[in-house]
Design a protein around this ligand. Structure first.
Ligand SMILES: [Mg+2]
Length: 260
């Protein structure tokens, strides 16, 4: 069966592995289960994401899908793209054979921009916003990695990529196409990576957030395994929509529940 695993809140939390998660992934591998890591995080490059998992002793080569890659799947080779995001988005756009242009750098304003891709970055500012908005007024497509409004940190909630996307969409007077979880571009990419056209009965998405991981499971027609090791606690789990097919304390106990 296929396992689609979220990273933050499932494999790690605050950069530290969640107890038993590494062993659980190793068990899935040793039992020949198909496995993909899928995250809405877009800022890091592919090799950096893989290295984070490698540091825990997990083989992640070509097994990580980020929302940056999902966004880039909507770009055609040869297109000129303004990247209003981090290095992960730039790399993914270039990997598609498109030109990635930094809106804060000088570029030829007379040749047209095909798309603006938005991803989380901390150096977002008014000038980048103005450059991206102008391209959108001139009919560039607006694509964003994800629309999570905020994200939790040790210092409380910080603005997430949904906040940046809202600014760009508002100034550009267009709606963004969303590529990451729980939307169709990332779902298509997952099926392509798994090499399947239809879900099997036991295929499962494991995550800590119903609004992304649970709805992704719906989109894929997979089961949803909710883990309580991230942002959702047992009390809220009771009144969730969508209702998970399984609820477990963490990935380790979920894997034991499924594989016995
Ligand atoms: Mg998560």
């Amino acid at each position: 069966m296929a396992w689609v695993l979220d990273l933050d809140g499932v494999i790690w939390l605050g950069g530290k592995p969640i107890e038993g998660s590494v062993e659980a992934v190793k068990r899935l591998d040793s039992e020949g289960e198909q496995l993909l890591f899928v995250t809405n995080f877009s800022a890091l490059r592919k090799a950096e994401m893989e290295a984070k998992l490698n540091d825990f002793g997990l083989d992640a080569t070509d097994r990580v899908i980020t929302s940056a890659m999902a966004a880039a799947s909507l770009i055609e080779p040869g297109e000129r793209v303004l990247v209003c995001g981090g290095p992960g988005v730039t790399e993914a756009v270039q990997a598609r054979g498109a030109e990635a242009i930094d809106p804060s750098h000088h570029f030829d304003r007379n040749s047209s921009i095909d798309a603006v891709v938005v991803g989380f970055h901390k150096n977002f500012d008014f000038d980048r916003l103005a450059v991206c908005a102008r391209a959108l007024h001139q009919n560039a497509r607006l694509i964003t990695t994800n629309t999570d409004p905020t994200y939790p940190t040790a210092d409380g909630l910080l603005p997430g990529n949904g906040s940046i996307t809202a600014a760009v969409a508002t100034a550009g007077k267009v709606d963004a196409v969303v590529a990451g979880k729980p939307h169709q571009p990332v779902a298509k990419m997952i099926m392509r990576h798994l090499g399947k056209s239809d879900p099997a009965v036991n295929d499962i998405v494991v995550g800590d957030l119903p609004s992304t991981d649970g709805l992704l499971a719906n989109e894929l027609n997979f089961r949803f395994g909710l883990v309580l090791s991230g942002v959702t606690d047992a009390n809220t789990a009771l009144k969730l929509n969508p209702q998970p097919n399984m609820v477990s304390a963490n990935l380790a106990s979920l894997v034991n529940q499924v594989l016995g």
